[in-house]
Design a protein around this ligand. Structure first.
Ligand SMILES: [Mn+2]
Length: 465
């Protein structure tokens, strides 16, 4: 993490939110280690992003209580046991951890329940966020002495709303973390481009990407999508052999030292050279992405940017003869979603889908619901943009044979779709181009070092072969 007084930053963040919530105690519950196949064989530890934001400590079995008075926080941590030192080595002491977080008071984690009982007996409401890990849910039930089924209904909407307000707007230091992650991500994507060739397998490319993250002491920010079947939107298998003429879609990112995410997608030809048809579709996606980025500025609802981008996609497909009629009418009807069935993007921060655990309060204004229309129902971010938001811009065009067949058999959108012309595209796959963008006072800035994006840049990065 960049040189900055982080412990002071965490202290300020906690003071800000306790004031915004305006009463009660705030319970920040850290993550536990999660067992993989038996208790001691665990998944790599990943701290709760909320805990990272408000306390910054990446270690299991921690909690923080924030009382109503400024600066009054207590860190709860496990005692150092000699067995842990024998098996795991010495870890920072509780006092050292508290110093990192800018917290003056430490307690044993076993005392947390008693603190909560006392707070409630003093009439203080306990605000906590809805858990998404079973272990957190059961811990909360135990700590609050309530039934597990009452834990999620009892979570604090007020706290969730204030967390979203605070975490949505990124400081310069946070943006610098995301750009740091993008440096590694750039190397991951360039390596995938040079490693791809006919005859190799998706898992080799996936391993190469993971190796780069690992060799820089980084986690990947999510399980990467590395596939020649890019039309399956979240395809997490890596079994396919790469064939000449195919496109490889690589959606992968890394975490910064402070656990901020990057989220980048590039699609490139296995052979190193785009075919004519691939170039046409690629240029349409690229035009859609560039024109989306141009629309971004404070005050513009991201739904509008999504719909604008969808019209650019529909226009491009009409120029290729795959769609027909008025692009705006096609988008109103939802016909373009045959090719672009997902949302334009989402918030990015400590989580790759930032704060998605808190639900649609992140991406939608209060009282506004997701559209039920196919495609638009997957739009995660629709609200008016503000300076300091970091979001992804990730349009795509996919040829999904099962969806084409379904729509055709139902006679859907015959005015807008040239089904006969889609036959040669059944094995095309899909193209997505995704970048991470900061909303600035005057518009938008694409973050990161410039990962090959145009046809010429991608072919150059793939080298002569
Ligand atoms: Mn994304």
């Amino acid at each position: 993490m960049k040189n900055a007084n982080w412990s002071e930053i965490y202290r300020e963040r906690r003071n800000k939110i306790r004031e915004a919530v305006g009463g009660g105690v705030l319970l920040w519950l850290g993550h536990d280690l999660q067992p993989r196949n038996y208790r001691d064989n665990t998944y790599p530890f990943r701290q709760s992003s909320h805990f990272l934001y408000y306390a910054g400590i990446s270690a299991p079995y921690l909690a923080v209580l924030s009382y109503p008075d400024p600066d009054y926080d207590v860190l709860f941590a496990p005692p150092a046991h000699i067995d842990d030192i024998v098996w795991m080595g010495a870890a920072p002491t509780r006092v050292e951890l508290a110093q990192q977080a800018g917290i003056d008071t430490v307690e044993e984690i076993g005392r947390l329940g008693a603190y909560l009982t006392r707070a409630r007996s003093q009439g203080l409401h306990v605000h906590y966020l809805p858990p998404y890990q079973a272990s957190s849910l059961f811990r909360l039930a135990e700590l609050l002495v309530i039934d597990p089924t009452d834990v999620i209904p009892g979570a604090s909407e007020r706290l969730a709303e204030e967390v979203v307000k605070q975490r949505s707007v990124k400081s310069d230091l946070e943006v610098a973390e995301i750009e740091e992650a993008l440096q590694v991500t750039n190397r991951m994507h360039r390596a995938a481009m040079t490693a791809a060739r006919p005859g190799t397998h998706e898992y080799r490319i996936a391993g190469c990407i993971q190796g780069i993250a690992f060799s820089e002491n980084r986690q990947q920010s999510y399980n990467p999508i590395v596939t020649v079947r890019g039309e399956a939107l979240h395809n997490h298998s890596y079994d396919n052999r790469l064939e000449d003429g195919q496109l490889l879609l690589n959606d992968s990112g890394a975490e910064s030292p402070g656990h901020y995410a990057s989220d980048i997608t590039r699609t490139f030809p296995v052979s190193g050279r785009f075919s004519q048809a691939q170039t046409e579709v690629y240029e349409t996606v690229l035009r859609a992405q560039s024109s989306a980025i141009q629309q971004i500025k404070p005050g513009v609802p991201y739904r509008e940017v999504h719909l604008h981008t969808s019209r650019v996609v529909a226009e491009g497909l009409r120029a290729m003869g795959l769609m027909r009629g008025d692009p705006a009418g096609a988008v109103d009807a939802g016909a373009h979603a045959l090719f672009f069935p997902h949302g334009l993007g989402h918030m990015l921060g400590l989580d790759v889908h930032d704060m998605e655990d808190l639900g649609d309060i992140v991406g939608y204004p209060k009282g506004e619901k997701r559209s039920p229309q196919f495609g638009l129902n997957f739009l995660r971010l629709a609200r008016p943009l503000e300076a300091g938001f970091v979001l992804t811009v990730e349009p795509g065009i996919y040829f999904i044979p099962a969806l084409i067949d379904r729509w055709r058999s139902e006679g859907l959108h015959l005015d807008f779709i040239n089904y006969d012309r889609l036959e040669p595209f059944r094995s095309f796959g899909g193209i997505r181009i995704e970048d991470d963008v900061l909303v600035t006072a005057g518009g938008a800035r694409v973050l990161g070092p410039g990962i090959p994006r145009t046809v010429a840049e991608v072919e150059e990065a793939m080298g002569n072969r």
